[in-house]
Design a protein around this ligand. Structure first.
Ligand SMILES: *Cc1c(COP(=O)(O)O)cnc(C)c1O
Length: 415
């Protein structure tokens, strides 16, 4: 029985946002707090809420909608595939699945032709679950330890959660899978002393997105590769947020540490441009560690999600979007850093953390004020705003945000 709001139940001063949010609270588990607006439509980099308000989307569903909303190439690819063959399970395969796995192997491991294979999943947390299982298969009983970094975010399923640092996320679900230890991010000495022949793997994000868009310091990934190789441990790079062109390179580690070849790379978010898909892509011996029956998923690699990812990759290539991300990202970061009240701008390409001075914070309040003025951003930390817009963002929309941010921060500094 639907109890959808009507003009009479929503009241005379109708706020459909308020009416739907009230129903949400009764129908949807309270894992996300009170949602922002109730969105009903998107086109390009703009979205509309149920009350008809238009917003510029500078978050893209948290680094997901890299082609914006309703991109014709993505819509056409998904529609055509769904009209032809939608779902088949992994008792079968499809040209889309095989092609995507091949394309990802080349995108992730471009340095020299490498033997690489992909496991296709449905989300970032699942991509990391697959990588966790690869790490366990690599480690066996003699390598029970797995290393991750403080402030790391790798997802919310129990395995990925064991790799995630934040106590508030972990503690309600303990005991978590054992053997995971957290090291200070960027500390090579700590890594050196932690690594030994009892370590199966090190998980790292090249830029810690949920921690506030914090890149690892220069040289850390190179040291991590050298030290893990020496210890016989896998290097697993989580590119769920940073991958698929978000930083202007296909993978953030290509940009930050071009000589580093990890054993496993995990992807999701931008990969399907909004369709749910994730992947763990492995090279060398790591690509052979999961055998028949050792892992699986009913939906993983389904033709529609795979076709969506192929359309995303093709569009990024044909429309020169990596160059666009780099050019706009660099210019915008410089301009944002010059706004009074901004202390620094971190990140790369179109994944940016804007550090705010105490005098204009806290960041969640700034994000709310920007929302009221028609700009979607979020605040992953109390002192940081995050931008992760579609790659097709126009100069005009980027500049409009810069002006609006300056105005909001000036008002708050004066207050
Ligand atoms: C978002 C994210 C995940 C989890 O992805 P989901 O699709 O939300 O499960 C894992 N790792 C990183 C770095 C992320 O940003």
């Amino acid at each position: 029985m639907s109890k959808h709001p009507t003009a009479s139940t929503a009241g005379s001063n109708v706020s459909w946002n308020t009416a739907w949010r009230a129903l949400y609270a009764g129908a949807v588990m309270n894992t996300f707090g009170t949602p922002g607006r109730v969105l009903v439509r998107g086109e390009g980099t703009h979205v509309w809420d149920v009350d008809g308000n238009e917003l510029i989307d500078l978050l893209a569903g948290i680094a997901v909608n890299c082609l914006g909303h309703a991109h014709p190439a993505l819509v056409a690819a998904i529609t055509e595939q769904l009209n032809t063959l939608g779902h088949i399970s992994n008792l079968f395969t499809s040209p889309a699945q095989v092609t995507l796995a091949e394309v990802l192997a080349d995108l992730v491991f471009p340095v020299e032709p490498q033997f690489a294979r992909a496991f296709l999943a449905n989300s970032g947390t699942e991509a990391n679950e697959a990588a966790f299982k690869i790490a366990r298969r690599h480690g066996g009983p003699s390598r029970p330890r797995i290393l991750a970094l403080e402030e790391a975010f790798h997802g919310r399923t129990i395995g990925a959660l064991a790799l995630t640092h934040k106590a508030a996320y972990r503690e309600p679900f303990e005991p978590l899978p054992g053997g995971v230890e957290f090291l200070p991010a960027g500390d090579v000495d700590a890594l050196r002393s932690a690594l030994g022949t009892d370590v199966a793997a090190l998980f790292v994000e090249p830029i810690q997105g949920e921690a506030g868009v914090r890149p690892l310091p220069a040289g850390y990934l190179e040291a991590a590769r050298e030290l893990t190789s020496a210890a016989g441990a896998l290097l697993i790079i989580d590119e769920v947020q940073t991958g698929m062109g978000r930083t202007g390179a296909w993978m953030a580690h290509h940009l930050l540490a071009p000589d580093v070849v990890p054993d496993v790379v995990t992807l999701a978010k931008g990969l399907g441009g909004g369709m749910p898909i994730g992947a763990a892509v492995a090279t060398g011996a790591a690509a052979e560690l999961l055998g028949p029956g050792q892992h699986g998923t009913t939906f993983g690699g389904n033709p529609v999600a795979a076709k969506a990812a192929l359309a995303v990759i093709e569009t990024i290539e044909t429309d020169g979007l990596l160059e666009r991300v780099t050019a706009l990202g660099d210019r915008w970061a410089t301009e944002l850093a010059a706004v009074p009240g901004v202390t620094e701008v971190r990140g790369a390409g179109l994944l940016r953390g804007i550090g705010l001075a105490d005098s204009v914070g806290p960041a969640p309040e700034v994000a709310s004020e920007l929302d009221r003025r028609g700009f979607i951003v979020n605040a992953p930390r109390p002192d940081t705003l995050r931008l992760a817009p579609p790659f097709i963002l126009s100069d005009a929309d980027a500049d409009a945000f810069t002006r609006e941010l300056a105005d909001v921060l000036a008002g708050r500094a004066a207050a």
